[in-house]
Design a protein around this ligand. Sequence first.
Ligand code: BG6
Length: 294
Amino acid sequence: MYTHMSKQYSSVSMSSREQLPTLKITNGHCTAEIALFGAHLLSFVPNADATERLWLSETAVFNKSKPIRGGIPICWPWFADIYPDKDASDNTKLPAHGFVRTQDWQVIEIAESTDATTITLSPNQLGLYGFSEKLLASVEFTFSKKCSIRLITKNTSKQALTITAALHSYFNVTNIHQTKIIGVAGKYIDKTNASAAFEQLLPYLISSETDRIHLQDENNHFDFIHLICPDKKISIEQHGHDSVVIWNPWQKKSKTMADMQDNSYIDMLCIEASITQGTILAAQQQHELVQIIG
Ligand SMILES: O=P(O)(O)OC[C@H]1O[C@@H](O)[C@H](O)[C@@H](O)[C@@H]1O
C-alpha cells in the first residue's frame, strides 16, 4: 500500500534498492519496479508468462553516484553527446545522456483501475546546463498486460526549442548469441567504426561490440520491433522517435566497466527509442517519445 497526496493505492507500495527509494507495482496483469532516482524502470514482469523483460546489471550502483546500469534510463534533453542548440566545443563538459537520469524525480499522479496502474513523475530540477527551465519533462508509466513508457516534453516558452532524447531500454534477452532482431533493417551509422555507414544484413544478429544508430527513412520506421530470444519473444512498439539505437558493449568493453560483469553482455541488448537528429518544439508544443513493451 502506498499513500500519496492523502490517497491510498492498493497496487503500489514503497520499497528500496540499497540507498534508492523505489515504487513496486503489483496489479492483476504484471509486477514492476521504478526507482525515483532517474524515474528509472528497473523491472517489468507480465503475469502472462512471469518472465522479466528488462535487464539489470548485477553490479549496478544504487547510491546516486552514477546512473543505474540496466532497466530503462531516461536520456533527456540530450542523447549521448548530441547536445541540441549548443556549441559542440562545450560537449566534453556535459554528462552523457542528459541530466535527468542522475537526479530524483517526484510522483505527480497515480491512477488505478482494474485494467492498469498509471504513474506520472517529473524531475526535480529543470533548466540545467543552459537549457531553458521552461522546457518541461514528465514520464508516464502505464502497467497493464504491457508496459508503456511515455516521455513527454513540453515547451512552455515563447520560442522554439530543440531536444534529443532516448528511452535507453536494456532488454533481458537470455542469450545474445541466439537472439534475432525483427523490424530493424536498412542503413546504420556504426559508432564502433568512426561513424561509417553500413547496410544491415538480415537476419539481424549480434556477434560483436555493437553501437549503432539506425535512422528512420521512408522504408524503415522502427515502430514495431521484436526480439526473438531462446526462451521468449519481446515486443517493442515505439512512437515519436527518429532513430533506433542498438547497443551491446560485448566482452572487452564490459571488462572496462565497473558496473557490468565481464560476461553479463551475454544476456542483455539495448534497443533505444531515440531522437538523434533533434526534434524542434515550437512555442507551447508538446512531444511524446513512447515505448510499449510486451
Ligand atoms: O555508459 P552510458 O553513458 O550509460 O552509455 C551507454 C551507451 O549508450 C548508448 O546509447 C550509446 O550509443 C553508447 O555509445 C554508450 O556507450
